[in-house]
Design a protein around this ligand. Structure first.
Ligand SMILES: *Cc1c(COP(=O)(O)O)cnc(C)c1O
Length: 414
């Protein structure tokens, strides 16, 4: 049977060239970068080269890159690290201006309502414990944050703003540079270092330019498993001069921001994958956009179907549609039986059958959110794959709609 993998937003296969770059660091060059002998030095050099290479892609300095265990840790380090640093320093703040003191004693954080759980959950936990006040910014019907809404939500005590580069479920690109400029101006007029600007770029890193000077982000998270690199490794860009507490304490690796022996093969793999993705993105984006739009146009021919996310300002590989009166999960199972691997949205949300918080935030009904399916294309996707999906999808939708009274009953008994 065929195998058509259309879930590249969940994770990508490892690029052969990335694997080749990683292999020596599992075997020959196995040293601990903290050791003083030659094997340690070789490993240390590899990590330094990877750091330089990631920094170059971000137009950043090498000392601004912190390697982590993935996107989740990078997001947590950014958010918890900034918030804890602000509260920890409160004890030594008595000599500081009152305005800054009051900023830090009632810290306020703003995040978009459509962030990944790796951002929303740590913030929800801190809000629950009373450590911060949290404002979730609404999005428009395409899933875009409206910069004016952010302007209105900003307060003197806002220490952090978190808006993702591109959404993992509906693929919408956020106006990051515009938000960055807005925050820069706010800090200038209010004469304060806050709020810092964090952006989760896990979905963007394979397809978009990540220049932190152009976007004015202060913290940027990305990971290997979404860009044809290894899973379980990521990095956080931390702008020079920014104050951050670590999550992990120990041997003081990563400039004290992330203790623990470095994942040398993973770090080499991440840097190689990021370099390749950025070098090849123009050509690949063009190819994927054609396939993406072919799939969108074809699926929208099915009655009572609508597109989720923005028609053009979306990731080149993302297709997300809602079929009215069906359950997305059921359609995913039918597709799986035909060797087509898609998703209802985020891999993390699939443990529950709650409708997507992202699609609900765009103003869609519960029914429409329940019928959402995400196809995310990748390096291996061919035109014949798209045409096969378009051939089988109308039948699946019709079958499930025919069974819809059963599905509706199930909804009430869950
Ligand atoms: C996958 C993903 C994460 C989590 O990354 P891990 O490497 O799985 O921890 C965070 N944010 C976004 C937008 C993602 O797509």
């Amino acid at each position: 049977m065929q195998s058509i993998y259309l879930d590249h937003a969940a994770t990508t296969p490892l690029d052969k060239r990335v694997l080749a770059a990683m292999l020596p660091f599992f075997t020959k060059t196995f040293g601990n970068p903290s050791s003083f002998h030659t094997p340690g030095l070789r490993a240390k050099e590899a990590v330094a080269a990877a750091r330089k290479s990631c920094a170059t892609v971000l137009n950043a300095h090498a000392d601004e890159i912190v390697f982590t265990s993935g996107g989740t840790e990078a997001d947590n380090l950014a958010l918890l690290g900034v918030i804890r640093s602000a509260t920890v320093s409160l004890g030594r703040m008595t000599m500081r201006p009152y305005s800054l003191l009051s900023t830090l004693s009632h810290p306020h954080v703003i995040a978009s309502a459509i962030e990944h759980p790796a951002v929303l959950e740590p913030l929800a936990a801190l809000e629950k414990s009373g450590a911060i006040e949290l404002t979730l910014l609404p999005v428009d019907k395409f899933g875009r944050v409206v910069p004016d809404d952010l302007s209105h939500a900003l307060r003197p005590e806002t220490i952090l703003v978190s808006v993702m580069y591109a959404n993992n479920e509906i693929g919408t690109l956020e106006p990051i540079a515009e938000i960055g400029r807005l925050l820069l101006k706010w800090r200038k007029t209010h004469d304060t270092p806050y709020p810092y600007f964090h952006s989760d770029a896990c979905q963007a890193a394979g397809a978009l330019a990540l220049d932190v000077e152009k976007s004015h982000v202060d913290l940027l998270a990305l990971n290997g498993g979404k860009i044809y690199g290894p899973k379980g490794v990521g990095c956080l860009f931390v702008r020079r001069g920014l104050k951050l507490e670590p999550l992990m304490y120990g041997g003081g690796q990563e400039r004290n921001l992330r203790s623990g022996t470095e994942n040398v093969p993973g770090i080499v793999g991440l840097a190689t994958a990021l370099g390749l993705a950025q070098a090849e993105k123009e050509r690949e984006n063009k190819r994927l956009t054609v396939l993406r739009d072919r799939l969108i146009q074809g699926l929208l021919k099915i009655p009572k179907t609508r597109l989720n996310g923005h028609p053009t300002e979306r990731l080149p590989n993302n297709v997300n549609v809602s079929f009215m009166d069906i359950e997305g999960e059921a359609a995913v199972l039918y597709l799986d039986a035909l060797g087509i691997f898609a998703s209802t949205g985020s891999a993390c949300a699939s443990q529950t059958l709650d409708p997507s918080h992202v699609i609900l935030a765009t103003g869609m009904s519960y029914e429409a959110a329940h019928g959402s399916i995400r196809f995310t294309l990748g390096h291996g996707t061919k035109k014949t794959d798209i045409d096969y999906v378009l051939k089988v999808m109308p039948g699946i939708v019709e079958k499930l709609r025919h069974m819809s009274p059963v599905n509706l009953d199930m909804k009430y008994f869950r």
